[in-house]
Write a protein that binds this ligand. Structure first.
Ligand code: ZN
Length: 162
């Protein structure tokens, strides 16, 4: 009996990594490798450290502050997120509690929504920064081999001070 019929499956020379989910942005992961954490503290409700960010991605070395005052623009994203939360909570209120011009239910919604927005603020502020950075930094499947682009307009003295 000749053993020539055994199929030998060749090992692939390069293991293709699966692309990490784009939803990792919502977990405040680096947009370039989708693995490294943007924020130093995992829990956003440790309020004195909520916005403390790594200077660069701990995994792929992507800088997180692309220019002076980079995260100023994230306030627009934060605003849009707050509007989105308010619209969602208004619709939920309308469906589950109802709205009428004959009583104060709309004003109760405003109060509840205000508390909700304040409670969600640490999450929304972080998410706004993660989304803002993701506008400018795309996922790079070759992040292990290639060095990240270095920003030209940074001022070391003015980093993370606002
Ligand atoms: Zn990274």
């Amino acid at each position: 009996m000749i053993m020539e019929n055994i199929n030998v499956i060749p090992m692939p020379t390069t293991v293709k990594e699966p692309t990490p989910s784009a939803f990792n942005i919502f977990r405040c992961k680096c947009p370039r490798c989708r693995k490294g954490d943007m924020f130093v503290e995992a829990n956003p409700y440790k309020l004195n450290r909520t916005m403390k960010m790594h200077e660069q991605c701990p995994v792929c070395k992507q800088p997180f502050e692309l220019e002076v005052g980079f995260y100023y623009g994230s306030s627009y994203v934060s605003y849009a997120l707050s509007v989105a939360v308010s619209v969602a909570s208004l619709i939920a209120w309308w469906v589950f509690i109802g709205l009428s011009t004959n009583d104060n239910r709309f004003f109760y919604w405003m109060a509840v929504n205000g508390v909700l927005l304040i409670g969600l603020q640490p999450l929304l502020m972080r998410l706004a920064r993660a989304l803002w950075l993701a506008f400018f930094v795309k996922y790079d499947p070759n992040w292990r081999e290639e060095a990240p682009e270095q920003p030209e307009r940074v001022n070391k003295d003015q980093m993370n001070n606002w």
